[in-house]
Structure formats: C-alpha cells, structure tokens
Design a protein around this ligand. Structure first.
Ligand SMILES: [Zn+2]
Length: 324
C-alpha cells in the first residue's frame, strides 16, 4: 500500500531534517539508470520500462528538488543545497536513453546527465551487448569450458538469461585486451553475427546536449580501471573526453567510473587521474549521499530498486543520509 502523499512528505521532511542536523548541511542524492526500455526486456530484469520511468519521474518531481548536475556540484561545494536535492544520471549511452528516456524527462521538465562510453558510439554496441546478441541469436546448446572455465547449457531462453549474467560477471573483470580475446572465442563457438546498434549515435548525443541535458564521461571502452595499467587508464579517460568534447563542442566536466565501486573498480590513484584531466567531479556507485566534506572525485551514486513509489522515495532519503 502506498503511503498517503502528505504522510510521505512529512516522513521525507523529518529524514532530511535529521540529515541536516547530522551534517550541518543538506546532502546530495545521485541516482543512476542504464536502460529505459519501451517494454519489459527479459535480459534486463532490473531496468525499467517507459511507463514505470514516467511514473517515477513524475513522483520524484513532486517530492524532491531535482537539480542539473553542474548546478548541484556548485551548491554542494558552497553548502547551499536545498533539502531533498536529487540528481538523475544515466550510464553507458544506450540508444533508448535518447529515444525513450529523454522525451519523458523533457515532458516532465526534468534535468539529467548522461555518462557515455565513446566506443559504443563508434562501434554501435558495448562488449556486454555482443555477449547478449551472440546468446540470443545462436542455435548452439552448450558453451564449452574454454571461455570461463565451466560448461554452460543454453538450450532455452531461461538458460540464456542465466548464462548472460554468468558470462558478464566473469568477463567484466578482465582487461580490455583479455576480454576481447575471450569474446572472439565466444563468437567463434556461437556463430559470428552482425551486431545491432544499441548505443547512441554521434547525432543523438549532439541532440541530447542541444536539448539541455548534461553529457559526461565514462571511459572509451567501459573499462574497469583496476584491470588496466595507470597509463592505459589515462588513455581511456583522455580518448573518451576528447571524443565527447569534439561531439558536443563543449568542455566535458564530469566523469563516472565504470562499474564504480571504490577500492574494487577504482582507487584514489584513479581519482587523481580524473582530477589531473581537469574533471570537476567524478562519481562512484557506492551507496550514500554527498556533502561538502565528501571526496569530489568519488561522489556516491545509487539505485534503489523499489517498485513501490513511497518506498522508493524513502530509500533515497535514507541512503542520502548515510555514508557521507
Ligand atoms: Zn557503465
């Protein structure tokens, strides 16, 4: 049962009032999405549909102060954030961000930031899309142990969904070079196909920017930085930043670490790389809110997977008041 709106507003106000007493300033909550699908997608159970997204955005607009990222960072630094400050972000640069999410955001007059991996624009897809499309298209029933050290049966849709999760979890912590080798093996086994575009085109990123949304960086190859040398990490960030700046003809000021868990997926050395590259702020995927005392190169972001809207709002308020 949904909490009635007045009661919810009261609960949120109390939670943010407590946070303000605790931190002596209002914390910033930053949430992130990946896909917004037109309809439910069996390979992406956690990603929401257009109808759910529209409902969530309308609801968040009513109960939070949704800010554009550049403004939120300025207010964060000067301890001037309003209560219930919220930033909405998207990772990777999927095409549905442009075709499905952006029109809903625009209709609701809601600012958002899109952190984009440029290899996706270039090739049309990311490595995880290759795995998904190979599995979806193949009539082969078994993946040999050569790829991830165990045999996986893929004789029906359900097994393919499970196999995708397993393959992604094993392949994502490999370096770009090692993963590319494993993907070739997988394509050889399952049958080479022509991959479909899943990511935004250059023109779509430009239009997103022209519509007033913020474009941010996310490495070129969506690389988990702890899997690469510092030199390769620098190249990943630099190539991504340069390409995005050439596309939108404006400085790219914000960066989100791929996968994003501090100490596992990136370290303070990588924060320094982002700082030296003149990014103004960088984002993790650790739970928590941010205040002026937070490390501006590791600002927490989270995604409360609550379907029920009042619980969704309350979990944002709760997490924003933690781990600051
Ligand atoms: Zn990502």
């Amino acid at each position: 049962m949904e909490v009635i709106p007045n009661m919810l507003n009261l609960l949120l106000s109390i939670m943010y009032w407590r946070s303000r007493i605790k931190f002596k300033e209002n914390p910033l909550a930053t949430i992130y999405f990946h896909h917004v699908f037109e309809y439910k997608n069996r390979y992406h159970q956690d990603d929401i549909t257009a109808a759910e997204f529209d409902r969530k955005i309308k609801f968040l607009k009513r109960h939070f102060n949704i800010l554009a990222l550049p403004e939120a960072i300025e207010l964060l630094k000067t301890q001037c954030l309003p209560p219930k400050a919220l930033v909405i972000t998207f990772d990777d640069g999927y095409q549905d961000n442009y075709t499905v999410a952006a029109p809903i955001l625009k209709n609701n007059d809601c600012p958002a930031t899109f952190f984009i991996s440029t290899s996706g624009i270039e090739k049309g897809y990311l490595w995880n899309d290759e795995v998904e499309q190979l599995l979806d298209n193949t009539s082969i029933k078994l993946i040999s142990a050569d790829i991830i050290g165990e045999k996986i049966t893929i004789s029906n849709k359900m097994e393919k969904v499970k196999a995708l999760q397993l393959l992604l979890s094993k392949l994502k912590f490999l370096s770009h070079e090692k993963r590319t080798r494993q993907l070739k093996k997988l394509a050889h086994e399952l049958g080479n196909i022509e991959f479909k575009r899943t990511m935004m085109t250059t023109a779509q990123v430009q239009k997103l920017h022209q519509k007033g949304f913020t474009i941010g960086a996310h490495t070129h190859n969506h690389t988990i930085l702890t899997t690469e040398t510092n030199n390769d990490c620098r190249q990943e960030l630099l190539m991504n930043k340069n390409q995005l700046e050439a596309i939108i003809n404006e400085e790219i000021k914000f960066f989100a670490f791929p996968n994003g868990l501090f100490e596992r997926d990136f370290t303070s050395e990588h924060c320094n790389i982002a700082k030296n590259m003149k990014f103004k702020a960088a984002f993790s995927t650790n739970d928590g809110g941010a205040t002026s005392l937070s490390n501006i190169y590791s600002i927490p972001r989270f995604m409360p997977y609550r379907k029920q809207l009042s619980l969704f709002a309350l979990s944002i308020a709760k997490i924003a008041g933690e781990h600051v």
